[in-house]
Write a protein that binds this ligand. Structure first.
Ligand SMILES: C[S@@+](CC[C@H](N)C(=O)[O-])C[C@H]1O[C@@H](n2cnc3c(N)ncnc32)[C@H](O)[C@@H]1O
Length: 263
């Protein structure tokens, strides 16, 4: 059994390892974005960078995630997976819900480019995205994650402290209950929304974020290509006057730049 687990962990680490030339981000910038918008410029520049080696912090994280995967493989957990409660191998849960390398790189690159200091994540799971964001934060920057399942949040916090100490924390609980209690000082300038992938839930997350995201803040929505429901959410969101500019990466990651209309 142990040997099988080790083989599975090796396969997992090979899977997480960067494969030059295989991964590329293609961005589709929403038509309303002006040519001078820096989100559009970022989207344009991202077409090519993903053939490079990932930054060191992400390489280190990939090693750590391979250990986590090894630790979890073979443990059966009663947990929520794809909107259902199931009994499932914890290693498979990890692999099934976590952001893989391309998503980690996009988040890392966005944070490096836009230098936010107050970040929030809706749905942190095991923390793969949290660590990618934390690893790119400027001095003094912080990320606060929210995760419903305690065992996932524990792993996220442990790994976050190991790889990016003092850069943030993952809180256990529901977004609806925890987010209003987070401080965010002058407003959150970066949010990663990756919890329930349904139209109504995502609109509700927007309602929570709207009054608390800083002018020019960025929000990244994962899994726009998950369903027709999610694509409809993205289409409707892009029509909102809150959205200054929008770009969709690989049809999956929707990024908006927010502005506060002046009254
Ligand atoms: C796709 S996973 C997140 C993956 C993670 N962001 C990453 O990139 O590795 C979605 C997570 O959202 C959590 N979640 C779903 N609804 C939630 C809610 N209302 N409040 C807090 N967490 C929630 C789930 O427990 C799950 O772990």
């Amino acid at each position: 059994m142990r040997v099988l687990r080790q083989i599975a962990a090796k396969l997992m680490s090979a899977f997480l390892r960067p494969r030059a030339g295989l991964q590329q981000l293609i961005a589709k910038v929403d038509k309303r974005v002006s040519a001078t918008d820096d989100l559009a410029a970022f989207a344009e520049s991202m077409r090519f960078v993903n053939n490079d080696l990932p930054p060191r912090v992400l390489l280190k994280a990939q090693e750590e995630w391979a250990h986590v995967q090894e630790e979890l493989s073979g443990l059966v957990r009663r947990t929520s997976y794809r909107h259902q409660v199931v009994e499932m191998d914890a290693g498979e849960v990890f692999q099934g819900v976590s952001s893989a390398e391309l998503g980690q790189r996009l988040l890392y690159s966005l944070v490096t480019r836009f230098c936010p200091t107050h970040c929030v994540e809706f749905g942190s799971a095991f923390g793969t995205a949290t660590v990618a964001i934390a690893g790119a934060l400027p001095e003094g920057g912080r990320i606060e994650g929210i995760e419903l399942e305690e065992w996932r949040a524990d792993i996220a916090n442990r790994t976050l402290q190991a790889l990016a100490p003092d850069k943030g924390k993952v809180f256990v609980g529901s977004i609806e209950e925890v987010f209003p209690r987070l401080r965010g000082f002058g407003g959150f300038d970066f949010a990663f929304v990756d919890a329930e992938h349904r139209y109504d839930a995502c609109m509700k997350y927007c309602d929570l974020l709207r009054p608390r995201v800083a002018h020019q803040g960025l929000i990244v929505f994962d899994d726009i290509d998950w369903s027709g429901d999610m694509r409809r959410f993205w289409r409707d969101l892009c029509r909102d006057e809150w959205v200054q500019s929008a770009a969709l990466f690989n049809g999956r990651w929707g990024v908006i730049r927010c502005h506060r209309p002046t009254n």
